[in-house]
Design a binder for this molecule. Structure first.
Ligand code: ATP
Ligand code: ZN
Ligand code: MG
Length: 302
């Protein structure tokens, strides 16, 4: 905990992250953003040969798609919904009075059609399903989005709003598994290129509740999730900076994704936690990018 606090405070002092008064909600300096931009370019270089289709969604998604994804079954504790004032002028007067009295003015807010995106790939599946069956060979997509998770923390690597860069493969089970294997190797190479220590291990998602524990065990037993870990705030407990997920036919069945042969498609994604990677770089190479090792500077800035 001490180490976490000290890294966070050092980042604030250096101006790389900017306090807002809410744990896990930070501004970023130009220098911090530049590292993310350059690292994303490096990711793009590693993935360039595959010709992924680039798609960018905003950080909010269609609530109906969110509901259909089953997210609330697995991770109700992390979700963030967008609510708005939808009342008349009288409601507005009551709202202002409630605020003036320090009351809970949010009670009257109504759910909108938008939910904050919990992972960059969630808006993709219904979008691709709507196009009809996949072309022969399946699909490959390049995504990036701010994501929201309600997990306030003093650990700078656990933010509430952070960016995820993802590649998503949709196709036959073989194609999808091969994609994941390729990115596990590329991910390791990528991180070694910027001279960070890496370790890859089997993992599970933070499924909610008692039923969730069984889902976590099942996910581990079947090797459905791997994480690439880098020590950021602790060497004993390194941080997951990339994850490699095989969803089997979960999203294919949920959204009716079909291969060109009419089979239910399987899906996999590789997710890069962009802030976590930037934080790992600053933690290992120093808070001033001018002091970073020459090969790291060359890999990022050319
Ligand atoms: P963790 O195990 O640390 O909770 P996760 O396994 O839930 O992370 P994923 O759902 O696999 O993470 O998300 C993909 C990537 O997004 C992660 O590998 C990580 O790099 C990044 N990420 C996840 N949660 C956060 C967060 N709260 N703040 C910053 N980055 C995050
Ligand atoms: Zn994903
Ligand atoms: Mg995890």
């Amino acid at each position: 905990m001490d180490m976490q606090n000290s890294l966070l405070n050092r980042l604030f002092d250096a101006g790389l992250l900017i306090e807002t008064g809410v744990d896990g909600l930070y501004g970023r300096s130009g220098a911090f953003e530049d590292v993310i931009t350059r690292f994303e370019a490096l990711i793009g270089a590693f993935g360039a040969a595959d010709n992924a289709e680039a798609i960018r969604f905003p950080p909010g998604m269609n609530r109906a798609h969110f509901e259909g994804s089953g997210y609330m079954k697995s991770f109700p504790q992390l979700a963030g919904t967008v609510h708005s004032f939808c009342g008349c002028e009288l409601d507005h007067m009551n709202l202002l009075q409630c605020m003036a009295e320090g009351g809970d003015w949010t009670k009257g807010q109504e759910a909108t059609d938008i939910v904050l995106t919990p992972a960059a790939c969630y808006p993709l599946y219904p979008t691709i399903a709507k196009r009809g069956p996949l072309p022969a060979g399946g699909g490959l997509y390049d995504l990036q989005s701010y994501c929201f998770r309600h997990e306030p923390s003093k650990d700078p690597a656990r933010m509430q709003l952070f960016r995820m860069r993802e590649y998503v493969r949709i196709g036959t089970p073989d194609a999808v598994r091969e994609f994941r294997q390729t990115w596990m190797e590329r991910g390791r190479q990528l991180i070694e290129t910027v001279q960070l220590p890496v370790e890859i291990d089997v993992a599970n998602d933070p499924f909610f509740g008692r039923a969730g524990r069984m889902m976590s065990n099942n996910q581990r037993d079947q090797n459905l999730k791997f994480e690439l870990l880098i020590p950021v705030t602790s060497t004993a407990r390194p941080t997951a900076c990339l994850s490699f997920n095989y969803h089997q036919d979960h999203f294919g069945t949920t959204w009716g994704l079909k291969t060109a042969d009419g089979e239910t498609a399987h899906t996999a994604c590789v997710g890069f936690g962009l802030e976590r990677i930037a934080l790992a770089l600053f933690a290992h190479h120093g808070l001033d990018t001018a002091d970073w090792p020459a090969p790291v500077r060359k890999a990022l800035w050319g």
